[in-house]
Design a protein around this ligand. Structure first.
Ligand code: ADP
Ligand code: MG
Length: 290
């Protein structure tokens, strides 16, 4: 059996569950977003989390980054239990990129580097290199609202990659973009990853994006989420457009589709019938999952 050295694990999720209190406006109600989950993310890999909407992907990602605390179990980053955000180790890229509108994209990166205590003499160089890597050199002096959505997300990616964090957590970073832009950004990301050796956890709802970008894909069940299966993609980076038309790609995509299909049906039917979803229960009741 393939055994991973604990030192090669960047993020470890051990018996983690998370419930939100007072969910859906009901006092005392508890919504279990994630049920007991184990997952180990290897150093330098890109692992995608994919699953039906509302299954707890963002909840899991936010616990990895210290933005949320597990209800039970523990999350470790580089071996240490996570208790708060770790801006020197972990950076985030969200769907709505949080660029400062009053700064040019160059200054957005410089400011982020300042917060990271990068010496002032190095910041401009690092920021220019980061923009070059994502093809935005010509737009360094533009403000975010002068750029298209795709370019803004590219700038946010440049900023995340320029920070000296080993780990980047991405929550549907391409979700607001059109398919063609996503494809090109995906190719760029694959090339950049090949150069940086960073560990990336990517939440996506796109089967194709998951297969194209990931080293491994963790498929999450309908809520309360748990890991149904972890799929190895086994294709070297950088990935090229030809990969998308290969038999291997189709096979992996179909496997994901088959795994997710029933989960998505389950989510839709509970929503349509107005059934209180699995995992929603009264905190005062006796049926708490612990
Ligand atoms: P995903 O990212 O997979 O779409 P989330 O992790 O955002 O799902 O949410 C999982 C479940 O937890 C959903 O049912 C969502 O409505 C619920 N949820 C998320 N955040 C909160 C919150 N702050 N308070 C109450 N419920 C929440
Ligand atoms: Mg989400």
């Amino acid at each position: 059996m393939f055994v991973v050295n604990p030192l090669d694990i960047a993020v470890e999720i051990k018996g983690v569950s998370h419930s939100f209190e007072g969910a859906l406006g009901q006092a005392g109600a508890e919504l279990m977003a994630l049920s007991t989950t184990d997952l180990a993310i290897r150093r330098g890999e890109l692992l995608s989390l994919i699953g039906p909407s509302g299954c707890g992907k963002s909840t899991l990602l936010n616990m990895m980054g210290g933005l949320l605390t597990p209800t039970s179990g523990e999350v470790r980053v580089n071996g240490a239990i996570v208790t708060a955000p770790m801006p020197k180790t972990v950076s985030f890229v969200f769907q709505e990129n949080a660029l400062f509108p009053w700064n040019t994209i160059l200054d957005n990166i410089v400011v982020a580097l300042t917060f990271q205590n990068v010496p002032s003499g190095e910041r401009l160089d690092v920021a220019h290199q980061a923009l070059k890597a994502v093809g935005l050199s010509e737009f360094a002096q533009y403000y975010p609202d002068q750029l298209s959505g795709g370019m803004r997300q590219r700038a946010a990616l440049a900023r995340a990659l320029s920070l000296k964090t080993d780990i980047i957590l991405m929550d549907e970073p391409f979700a607001a973009l059109d398919e063609q832009t996503r494809m090109v950004l995906g190719e760029d990301l694959s090339t950049l990853l090949n150069q940086t050796g960073k560990t990336i956890v990517l939440v996506t709802h796109s089967l194709g994006e998951a297969v194209f970008l990931s080293d491994r894909i963790a498929v999450i069940s309908a809520r309360p989420g748990r890991v149904l299966e972890v799929i190895e993609v086994g294709e070297p980076h950088p990935r090229h457009p030809e990969f998308v038309t290969s038999g291997k790609f189709a096979e992996l995509r179909n496997r994901l589709y088959a795994l997710l299909h029933d989960e998505i049906r389950q989510t839709l039917s509970t929503q349509a019938m107005g059934i209180p979803s699995a995992g929603l229960q009264s905190a005062a009741g006796s049926s708490r999952h612990d």
